[in-house]
Design a protein around this ligand. Structure first.
Ligand code: ZN
Length: 266
């Protein structure tokens, strides 16, 4: 794992300075990194729970209610990637993102559904970002090393599935959730590859929706390369349609601006 130089039990400003020296500057728009990404990299599920003022559980409870309460955070935690854009208001939550992904899996094109276990894909869409209930939505701009992000998410899933759900139904449902999460993370099965593509399609849909809502003042062009990372042919076709929609939207914006400019000139 990447080690940061020097002592890290320092003032947050010094911590940020050390992080930037090591990983490069934070994105200019997000003036301060969220506290959950700062070093030292010692965040565990239990320290996160204390931060969120949630009760900690050390032995598996006989009911899944503590688990239900914890995953409420998926409903209230916004998707971090959009928050760097101050003109986007009402950023969607992690649950919002997973909900639409789940519906998309149910509408997979026939070329995709053949040979795939679609109910399994739907479950994977519902589970794949569950660890973010504890670790938050860490984006590439946050500068957290990939290994550290994986460590935190794996730690969070252990807490959710082994501790909170460890005694419910003999612990079997909790272990199923963890298996599905790990399958998505490994990304080697056909189902997981499809759900990774769906993750990208959901982001592209959201991109154009925020741009439309911004009426030309929100340009999210930096998310376009996501479309090129889609691997399945059926899903690529959806990405092309979304990009055509986007082209049309921006052509209209420019045409409107041109005509306003002409009106003012006359
Ligand atoms: Zn996702």
């Amino acid at each position: 794992m990447t080690q940061l130089p020097g002592t890290l039990a320092a003032h947050p400003r010094r911590q940020r300075q050390l992080l930037e020296e090591h990983h490069g500057p934070f994105n200019k728009v997000s003036r301060n990194p969220p506290s959950h990404i700062l070093p030292p990299y010692s965040l565990t599920s239990l320290t996160a729970l204390r931060d969120f003022s949630l009760p900690t559980v050390s032995t598996p409870p006989r009911t899944p209610l503590p688990f239900f309460h914890l995953i409420e955070r998926l409903k209230t935690t916004p998707r971090e990637g959009w928050r760097r854009f101050p003109d986007i208001n009402r950023v969607e939550s992690i649950s919002d993102h997973m909900y639409r992904m789940s519906i998309i899996t149910m509408l997979a094109p026939p070329s995709v559904t053949e040979g795939l276990d679609i109910p399994h894909c739907t479950k994977m869409a519902l589970v794949h970002d569950m660890a973010e209930s504890l670790v938050g939505d860490i984006t590439p701009q946050d500068g957290v090393p990939k290994e550290e992000k994986m460590r935190r998410e794996s730690d969070a899933m252990d807490y959710l599935c082994d501790t909170l759900l460890g005694a419910w139904g003999g612990g079997n449902q909790g272990q199923e959730i963890k298996r599905i999460f790990l399958e998505y993370e490994e990304g080697t099965t056909e189902e997981s590859k499809f759900v990774h593509d769906v993750d990208k399609i959901e982001l592209l849909l959201q991109m154009i929706e925020y741009e439309r809502r911004g009426e030309g003042d929100v340009d999210l062009v930096e998310f376009l390369p996501t479309a090129e990372r889609i691997r399945g042919e059926g899903v690529k076709a959806w990405a092309r349609e979304i990009l055509e929609e986007r082209d049309m939207f921006w052509r209209d914006v420019h045409a409107r601006r041109d005509s306003l400019g002409n009106d003012e000139a006359t």
